[in-house]
Ligand binder design. Structure first.
Ligand code: ZN
Length: 303
């Protein structure tokens, strides 16, 4: 269950780049930017909806997804500090979660792995078994919820809960299932003090047709456990930040790949945790997008 890919050393990165041709993802002069920088333990980088096809030249809705992922990776490498971790929030593969998609995705991920450890969730265009098979030696095998990729990691100022909402490959809605919801309820109850941030590919959706089929059950947990401060998701390919009536901050990540609606941004998101909230910043691939590089401060609801 390769939810977590450890950071590569410079030596490992260069060796693997030479072997696998990973250097195509980043110009040679870019390698220097991957190493020797300080890490900020409060900074996290979010990528979502990469939709990488086996052929890096594949386009969809006139977008080359591999090029855009590489551009996001390149910008992250040029960031003044290294993030504590990078989270890639599902829809890693183009449509059907093919082994060849994951091979290409893995190559594009190499420069990112030189920067920071990576946590991955799965979306509705992924295939759990094929994904696990694609990263056999890198996998940290976690057995939390049977046949799911749910996990928790702690950072200085928050506990992060990563959910697995993949229900059926290439089928739009997602589902957490009773076992995973029970696990989340137990793990939240065991960690009442520190702010909790919940990450899931699918959003809440009252209709259950596009988002989570078990939205009411997750929403109840997010609202009831007062230490839950933010819910971060993708899937809609539509960047949004809003506050749920309960006070939980909802962050809808943009895709690194294509948007469904012309004029909406693609890119990645920088999150920096404070003691009582977070900063979020859209890093649009189109720097002319009005919300690009605008830093928003989101405050935590009272516990
Ligand atoms: Zn997607």
């Amino acid at each position: 269950m390769p939810l977590y890919l450890p950071q590569l050393t410079r030596r490992e990165f260069l060796k693997r780049a030479a072997l696998a041709g990973a250097a195509v993802a980043l110009a040679p002069q870019g390698h220097a930017s991957l190493f020797g920088k300080a890490r900020d333990k409060h900074v996290f980088a979010f990528f979502s909806d990469a939709h990488i096809a086996s052929d890096p030249a594949q386009t969809y809705l006139r977008i080359n997804m591999a090029d855009q992922f590489a551009a996001c990776a390149h910008e992250l490498a040029a960031w003044p500090v290294k993030p504590a971790a990078v989270i890639v929030n599902g829809d890693l593969a183009f449509k059907f979660g093919l082994p060849e998609d994951y091979a290409t995705f893995g190559r594009l991920l190499e420069p990112v792995r030189a920067l920071a450890p990576i946590h991955l969730t799965l979306g509705n265009h992924d295939d759990r078994e094929k994904f696990w098979q694609a990263f056999p030696r890198d996998a940290t095998r976690l057995k939390t919820v049977p046949q799911r990729q749910a996990s928790i990691f702690a950072s200085d100022r928050a506990n992060w809960f990563l959910l697995d909402s993949l229900d059926a490959t290439n089928h739009t809605p997602g589902e957490l299932g009773t076992a995973q919801l029970d696990w989340l309820a137990r793990e939240l109850a065991a960690r009442p003090e520190k702010p909790a941030i919940v990450v899931c590919h699918h959003p809440l959706d009252i209709t259950g047709l596009m988002g989570l089929k078990d939205s009411p059950a997750l929403e109840e947990l997010l609202v009831r456990h007062r230490q839950v401060k933010a819910f971060i998701f993708g899937h809609t390919h539509d960047w949004q930040v809003e506050q749920h009536p309960s006070g939980v901050q909802f962050i809808n990540l943009p895709p690194t790949g294509y948007v469904f609606q012309a004029g909406r941004p693609s890119g990645w998101v920088r999150v920096t945790l404070a003691r009582d909230g977070m900063e979020v910043e859209l890093r649009s691939l189109d720097p002319k997008y009005p919300d690009h590089a605008q830093v928003r401060r989101l405050n935590w609801r009272p516990t």
